[in-house]
Structure formats: structure tokens, C-alpha cells
Ligand binder design. Structure first.
Ligand SMILES: [Fe+2]
Ligand SMILES: [Fe+2]
Length: 153
């Protein structure tokens, strides 16, 4: 039986590797835009999985709604999404020199992902039943793309 930690940790790694490819300075503009699009929509999907499926499951189980780890993670998601939009706007304007924004995003994201992998995901794994996990994975798989695919064309 796969765990939330292994499944979501692998998705963090997958997204990290797309971002690393995007940072390759030798890419032409269109290739860079394509990789950023893949990263942005993938990370948006990941955040919707958390905010709409996994965090509510945890919050219902523990009674920790407005205080607790998921409230902190939701605040950090806002910062992360804000960086995604800023980089997206720069790229849409053909400005691919977004290194400062990229570095800030990676700093926030790395710390965020570490907290999820070290504390939150294991906590969710320990709080929910196998059946609830299965249902959550099924719901994640069936998530409508309209919920996360907003990005440049
Ligand atoms: Fe997150
Ligand atoms: Fe995450």
C-alpha cells in the first residue's frame, strides 16, 4: 500500500526536476516557457490535491482547522502561487531573466516541501485508515484539470 508520504514526496521530486530543466540557461525561449508551463500546472495540481483533498481529511480527523500545520501550509501555498504568477507574467512578456524570483520561489518551496515530508505527510498517514487513503488517491486521480491548468497558452 502506497503512503501519502511516498506518493506526494515523489511528486515533489518530479516537479523539482522539471524546474531544474527549466533553469538550464542554454534553453531557447519557447522550450523554457514550455517547461515552466509544465512546472506551474503540475505544482498547481499538487496544491489542489493538498488543499481540497488531503488537508481536509487531516483537519476532519484531528479537529485542527485554523490552527495547526495545514493552516501554515495554506499560507505558504499563497506565497508559492504568487511567485508562480510573477514568473509567469515575466515569461509571457518574453522576459526570461527571472533568476531572483526563481531563487526566492525555490527557497520557500524547499522549506515548505521539507516540512510536509518530515512532519505533515507522515502525520496524515498515521491519522487516516487505508480505506480513506485509497479514496483520497482515487479522488486525486479524478481531479478535473480545470482546477489547476490555468497558465499561459
Ligand atoms: Fe504544499
Ligand atoms: Fe506538497
Amino acid at each position: 500500500m502506497k503512503t501519502i508520504l511516498s506518493f506526494m514526496g515523489e511528486d515533489h521530486d518530479r516537479l523539482d526536476s522539471i524546474f531544474k530543466d527549466f533553469k538550464n540557461e542554454n534553453l531557447d525561449k519557447n522550450k523554457a516557457k514550455g517547461l515552466f508551463h509544465e512546472f506551474k500546472t503540475g505544482l498547481q495540481r499538487h496544491i489542489v490535491w493538498e488543499e481540497e483533498i488531503l488537508f481536509p481529511l487531516f483537519e476532519d480527523k484531528t479537529g485542527m482547522h485554523d490552527t495547526g500545520p495545514t493552516a501554515v501550509m495554506r499560507t505558504e501555498h499563497k506565497k508559492i502561487k504568487d511567485f508562480l504568477e510573477k514568473i509567469h507574467i515575466s515569461l509571457a512578456n518574453d522576459d526570461i531573466h527571472t533568476s531572483d524570483l526563481e531563487n526566492e520561489l525555490i527557497a520557500v518551496l524547499t522549506e515548505h516541501n521539507n516540512k510536509e515530508e518530515n512532519i505533515l505527510y507522515p502525520w496524515i498517514d498515521n491519522s487516516v485508515s487505508e480505506k480513506e487513503k485509497e479514496e483520497a488517491f482515487a479522488e486525486m486521480k479524478n481531479l478535473s484539470p480545470e482546477k489547476y491548468n490555468k497558465c499561459c497558452e
